[in-house]
Design a protein around this ligand. Structure first.
Ligand code: ADP
Ligand code: MG
Length: 459
């Protein structure tokens, strides 16, 4: 029993950085071990968003590190400032006097008590969002909305390609709005989360609870709203949720991979609702923005990158920001496995190892068609035909998905390769593959095998 030795804290964090380099973040510095009682090492985390994140994502790793460092069987428990049990031992040494202000609990639960809710990442804050010409409007609108929910732009609709910061902005709004006003009811979920909860409530006969929940928030943020495409009943329910919040002056924030008019199979009345606030696009970052983003991510992960490495990555990874982050993760991995310093050589390796990178082979649509038809035993001419039976439709959809991911062609151009289909068909195919892969392990495996075959073709 008692306050843990500061050396133990240091040793635990050193162990974590060595064993789980890609998990560690600068904000871990704020975690304070309080005491070790009855085999439980309690660690205080003041920020509710960090607390929830650590509990869900880092519990095992911290426990493993604590055991390794002390050689004793113990468990790490993260506690919040307002947890009654956190206070007893901590207050003696705590100048801020956490619980004396009479406030209700900082509303961790406002982010949703349901385990299926999407977890907010402490990394996705406005502070960590780099502004550039491609996202300036979306960022400014997001700040305005977080400051004055329901006043500035309603709804705020952010759209753009994969990995360009939509989710980051939505989560930053959540964090910033809650910090400014802890009693705000903020609910963040994905479109699929909304849909799943809706369908489950219908089935269980709990629709009034569902409606009560969704129609009594101050800010509702739904990520990837393009997934409403084709979901008639969910569209209907969403429409009523939207209207009820909108009429009550509550804030709605949505993200999508396409502009409202380009989301296929969406009711006109919903499209027009999307357009009645602010529609802001996020676009690919330019070179300078990429440099700033890499520096920011490196700092967040507490890794030091030589300038030539930063420039090299920014020059060679220009598709989207998730890829940039992927390279950093790869780089950290290589450096820790081989116990090497991060330098230009290692950066070249990390960049080269990405699937679909510039230095790897970029397949042509024809190669994709050849590989896929061979794999599925169908004829290339079938893919271009109007035939819709499953044995043809699936390989065709997989081709479109691969073409979108691994070539630089636009949706229109890809449609052109497959008998002149239009871009909504291609978008639909891509979405279908994504959904089917999640549900069907065999298909998931097939697609991965195809990707490997394609990448193996020498340049
Ligand atoms: P999307 O939802 O648009 O697919 P995300 O928001 O998930 O993309 O972003 C992918 C990754 O890129 C995340 O790690 C995010 O933090 C990062 N990112 C995107 N835009 C920026 C930016 N402007 N500044 C810093 N990081 C960014
Ligand atoms: Mg996203």
């Amino acid at each position: 029993m008692g306050r843990p030795d500061p050396k133990t804290r240091e040793a635990i964090f050193t162990h974590l950085r060595r064993s789980y380099p890609t998990m560690c973040r600068r904000w871990f510095d704020d975690i304070v071990p309080i005491d070790l009682t009855g085999g439980t090492l309690r660690m205080l985390v003041r920020e509710p968003v960090q607390l929830k994140y650590l509990r869900r994502r880092c519990q095992k790793q911290f426990t493993e590190a604590a055991q390794a460092v002390t050689g004793r069987l113990m468990a790490v428990k993260f506690v919040g400032e307002n947890d009654p049990e956190a206070i007893t031992n901590y207050s003696e040494n705590n100048s801020t006097q956490a619980n004396d202000n009479g406030n209700a609990d900082y509303p961790l639960n406002n982010l949703g008590s349901n385990e299926d809710d999407m977890l907010i990442s402490p990394d996705y804050s406005f502070d960590n969002f780099i502004i550039g010409p491609g996202n300036r409007l979306a960022q400014a609108a997001a700040i305005a909305v977080a400051k004055k929910p329901g006043w500035a732009y309603n709804p705020l609709f952010i759209h753009g390609g994969v990995g360009l910061g939509k989710t980051h902005l939505l989560q930053a709004i959540c964090q910033s709005a809650l910090r400014a006003n802890p009693s705000l009811q903020v609910y963040y979920t994905s479109c699929n989360g909304f849909m799943t909860q809706f369908l489950a409530s219908v089935q269980a006969g709990h629709m009034s609870e569902f409606r009560h929940h969704f129609r009594n928030v101050d800010i509702l943020l739904i990520d990837d709203i393009h997934d409403l495409s084709n979901r008639d009943r969910t569209q209907e329910e969403f429409f009523h949720t939207f209207n009820s919040l909108y009429q009550a002056g509550k804030q709605i924030v949505l993200s999508s991979d396409a502009a409202p008019k380009d989301i296929p199979d969406l009711e006109e009345r919903i499209t027009s609702r999307f357009n009645c606030g602010l529609v802001a696009e996020v676009q690919q970052p330019g070179f300078e923005t990429r440099i700033a983003i890499i520096q920011n991510k490196a700092e967040l992960r507490q890794i030091s990158l030589p300038d030539d490495v930063v420039v090299y990555i920014a020059q060679h990874v220009d598709t989207n920001i998730r890829e940039l982050e992927g390279v950093l993760t790869k780089l950290q991995g290589l450096s820790s496995i081989h116990n090497l310093r991060i330098d230009l050589e290692l950066a070249k390796q990390a960049v080269g190892k990405r699937i679909g990178s510039d230095t790897a082979h970029l397949p042509t649509v024809q190669e994709i068609i050849d590989t896929v038809t061979h794999y599925y035993g169908v004829k290339p001419s079938d893919l271009l035909s109007k035939r819709r039976n499953k044995s043809i439709a699936l390989p065709r959809q997989v081709c479109m998905w691969l073409a979108r991911k691994h070539t630089r062609h636009s949706l229109e151009e890809i449609g052109g390769y497959f008998g002149g289909r239009d871009h909504t068909t291609v978008m639909h195919a891509i979405k279908a593959v994504k959904t089917k892969r999640e549900a069907d392990g065999a298909l998931d495996h097939d697609v991965e095998a195809l990707e490997h075959q394609l990448m193996a073709v020498p340049a």
